[in-house]
Design a protein around this ligand. Sequence first.
Ligand code: CMC
Length: 424
Amino acid sequence: MSKTATLNFDGNQYELPVVEGSESEQAIDIAKLRGSSGLITIDPGFKNTGSTQSAITFLDGEKGILRYRGYPIEQLAEKSTFLEVAYLLIKGELPTAKELEEYKDSITHHTLVHEDMKQFAEAFPTKAHPMGVLSAMISAMSTFYPESYDPNRDTESVDKTIIRLIAKLPTLAAWAHKNSLGHPIMYPKNKLNYCENFLNMMFAMPTEDYEIDPVVVNALDKLLILHADHEQNCSASAVRLVGSSQSNLYSSISAGVSALWGPLHGGANQAVIEMLEKIKEDGGDVEKWVNKAKDKNDTFRLMGFGHRVYKNFDPRAKIIKKACDDILSKLGVNDPVLDIAKKLEETALKDEYFVARKLYPNVDFYSGIIYRALGIPTEMFTVMFAIGRLPGWIAQWKEMVENKEPIGRPRQVYVGSQERQYPG
Ligand code: CMC
């Protein structure tokens, strides 16, 4: 017998179905509540609202569990590669060796971006934030592939769009960086793997080759895996919502990039490094900044701390903190902000304010320190997050389409003026 929940309201009783997930999560299905009772539910920020039933990522915020398609993030970070994880997220199963080779091959052969797109890239001011450039260029890409507008979403055409997006995003990202320097763009090279290719387009010059360090390549690949999906977060929800109007995949992903940009979401990785730098310049008094974060009259928040769903620890942060020490020592980098980050973490974790609110370092707390050690400029940190998150956004969009989900359209409780007459 399936479970139900009973709602008593105004002397009436309503039986509501309870949906159960594969990890025994339970949710009250209120989809038909308005029809029977006239009531809607309200939950600003969707803090307690499930927007969908999804088979992509499982997350238990209390226990600090994160799994993609059932595989623990710790195992994927240690044993897999970013493109294999992308395949897993998008197609639902790990590829065979042959399937993976074919997948890598098709991505490698779509890394070139249409030459006319260069005019867009070069037209942005050099001061443009690369996230703004990336979002605009992804949206602009749809104009080169009008077949992607088809609301019937033919499988072959969708598959091609997916390959194009994964293949071309690093090219566009590196262009955004080159434009910010006023340097000529570098073209992709088919003999390089995904991360090598990106690093080469970022750092090589027509006048000078870039020496690709395998330590940097492996570290980057691991970071991309850790960012690849995170179920119904702000940007994934944006992608699903935009896509639900039958808008094309390029514009949905562009919306995801815009949502990620904000400092409360992916933009936190840039904000963390800027915060640590500020603390260092201010003399390194960590206590002072922790107190500022606690002060309700001060708008300062400890960036890289706290999470909507993790209330014990963020498993990605645990892996990244360890990787941070390894990578910095392998690269022989001594970054003074790492000491500030560790002191800040130690102080906050002992502080009653942070303990009571279950605020822990999140994925973004240490990732910026690694990106910096890899030579990635601060304004590009959130772009790195976007490259990592792309397969997740695609998987979320594809699931929404395959489940034939209706257009996303929340309701509201109106609290404005009642009807009144226009004067005169
Ligand atoms: N510093 C100080 N206080 C904080 C912080 C923080 N970083 N985060 C939350 N709080 C306090 C907040 O003031 C509130 O206190 P009170 O109950 O007294 O009003 C309480 O903790 C709950 O916070 P909230 O804002 O209601 O929680 P939320 O779930 O709406 O927000 C969050 C989650 C991630 C936006 C928030 O913790 C935050 O702003 N963190 C800093 C930004 C950040 O690091 N974002 C990256 C998130 S992980 C990457 C990603 O996947 O996006």
